[in-house]
Design a protein around this ligand. Structure first.
Ligand code: SF4
Length: 206
């Protein structure tokens, strides 16, 4: 018997909002964020723990999601989580593209890659490491720095992404005053890396 994968027409949406992308290469650009419920990574410092249980969030149709995005001017849609790749995103990206939108994802890479993406932000987490298959597809590698040992860990992943992949070090928010000076020194010595700040937290937008 041939197994036919089920067409996913609804996804658990924790929140969705129009704002500025606060991090990485597209920092400062208008973007519509869709935060999907569900995460099995378990970062101790996670600031969206409410996202972990997908069952807590309403299932929204793909038509609803696209129509909400289309109420606004921006063309970038960022799918985040939670861990969005816990869901098959093939049909979501298809519908977003059909609506003339650009598809970006923020993922730990710990679940299989699905969907057709214009930009993939790969942010590996120690609690559940990325699957090797996603590494060549990363557009940017974003390492959240919690302590000094994270620099070696960052290099481990930088060695496995494509040469075109942008490299970012970002202070973990609660440790920012301690680790930001360390990141600055590290980038001065290793200029292939750049600093990513969560500017949305400084300008008080979601
Ligand atoms: S991967 Fe993201 S949502 Fe999941 S636990 Fe880590 S920080 Fe939280």
């Amino acid at each position: 018997m041939i197994e036919v994968s089920e067409k996913i027409t609804k996804l658990p949406v924790m929140e969705h909002f129009y704002t500025l992308q606060g991090e990485g290469f597209h920092q400062g650009k208008a973007a519509y964020f869709i935060r999907l419920g569900g995460c099995d990574v378990g970062c101790v410092w996670c600031d969206v723990k409410d996202s972990w249980d997908a069952g807590k969030h309403p299932l929204r149709s793909l038509d609803f999601i696209v129509s909400e995005v289309k109420k606004h001017e921006g063309e970038i849609v960022v799918i985040t989580g939670g861990e969005p790749l816990m869901h098959d995103l093939t049909f979501l990206t298809e519908q977003l593209h059909n609506a003339g939108l650009r598809t970006h994802i923020e993922t730990s890479g710990s679940s299989p890659l699905s969907g057709n993406w214009d930009w993939i932000t790969l942010s590996p987490k120690k609690f559940k490491e990325p699957l090797p298959e996603i590494l060549p597809h990363a557009s940017e590698l974003k390492i959240v720095v919690y302590n000094k040992s994270d620099f070696d860990w960052a290099e481990k992943w930088a060695a496995q992404v494509s040469p075109a992949c942008k490299l970012y070090l970002q202070p973990e928010w609660s440790k920012a005053t301690v680790v930001t000076p360390l990141i600055i020194d590290y980038i001065k010595a290793h200029p292939q890396w750049q600093l990513s700040l969560q500017i949305h937290k400084y300008i008080n937008v979601p």
